[in-house]
Design a protein around this ligand. Structure first.
Ligand SMILES: [Zn+2]
Ligand SMILES: [Zn+2]
Length: 136
């Protein structure tokens, strides 16, 4: 499906073609640290379908395997936009929360690095819910 999205401040916009069943979750410690939260959810987009407006800042991360990965984020609002393999840019891993049609995408098909998942993130049932901003 055709999707579009962007960062919080609007400086970065993108469009892509994604398969709605290509969502995955990553619980690795790098994703926890780079997102600032419990885990990352992404959808894969073929490089040839991805178009970008604006100029994200690129941070090149070297993984434990030695593989390098470009992580793009907005230099103004800090929203993470995508990661991709340097040079080839064959696939863009788009961050679910930046996609306007995120509610229309399917459920994730898998979770990576579950060994470093925060225990509570496996099951949110029973944690009290509030439809808007809660008062704690
Ligand atoms: Zn921004
Ligand atoms: Zn990860």
């Amino acid at each position: 499906m055709k999707i579009d999205g962007g960062c919080h401040c609007g400086a970065i916009r993108f469009e892509a073609e994604v398969a709605a069943d290509r969502i995955t979750i990553c619980h690795c410690t790098d994703c926890q640290n780079l997102t600032g939260t419990a885990y990352r959810a992404t959808v894969a987009a073929p490089g040839e379908s991805f178009t970008l407006q604006g100029a994200p800042t690129i941070y090149v991360k070297t993984g434990t395997s030695g593989a390098k990965r470009e992580h793009a984020f907005c230099p103004t609002c800090g929203a993470p936009i995508y990661s991709t393999g340097p040079e080839t840019h064959a696939v863009y891993s788009l961050r679910i929360g930046t996609i306007r049609q995120r509610h229309d995408l399917g459920r994730p098909r898998g979770q990576g690095w579950s060994r470093s998942a925060l225990a509570w993130s496996a099951d949110l049932t029973g944690i009290p819910k509030h439809p808007t901003q809660p008062q704690y």
